[in-house]
Design a protein around this ligand. Structure first.
Ligand code: ZN
Ligand code: ZN
Ligand code: ZN
Length: 145
């Protein structure tokens, strides 16, 4: 189920935040960004583009934090870079990260279920597929040695 901007606005309101234009923009930008890997800085830049003026970074970052506390937004550590965000409702995916060209490849978590299950079977460890990356070489980089 896709999360809409209105869902996000409703959640912020429920948390007692005043729904200002920049906060509404954060919600709209996130709802439009399915499949993208936006950082907080990306979101801040888009809010400023939308609003046509400079917006306090802390307003944007606090909105992101509040949405994350509700579970509607999750972060991923995509390699060494800044955190990127996904909305709940986006298909949970494991990110494969090429250490040479820094390309990231998404694999649906349910396709990797046997792999996660084997880790749990062997160690009792329960994997969180969306939080981090698996490092390696993409097919192109692996082929060129
Ligand atoms: Zn992703
Ligand atoms: Zn590569
Ligand atoms: Zn984290």
């Amino acid at each position: 189920m896709q999360v809409t901007a209105d869902d996000l606005v409703g959640v912020l309101r429920g948390r007692g935040l005043r729904i200002t234009a920049p906060r509404r923009s954060v919600c709209a930008i996130l709802a439009d960004a399915y499949g993208e890997h936006l950082t907080a800085a990306d979101i801040h830049r888009r809010v400023e583009d939308t609003e046509g003026r400079s917006i306090d970074q802390s307003t944007v970052y606090r909105t992101i934090d509040t949405l994350e506390e509700t579970g509607l937004l999750t972060h991923t550590h995509l390699g060494h870079g800044p955190l990127i965000y996904h909305l709940a409702g986006e298909a949970p995916h494991q990110h494969l990260m090429c250490r040479r060209c820094s390309r990231s490849i998404g694999m649906l978590a349910n396709e990797l279920e046997p792999f996660y299950a084997e880790i749990t079977r062997l160690t009792g460890f329960v994997v969180d597929p969306t939080h981090g990356v698996i490092w390696g070489l993409c097919a192109d980089c692996a082929a060129t040695g």
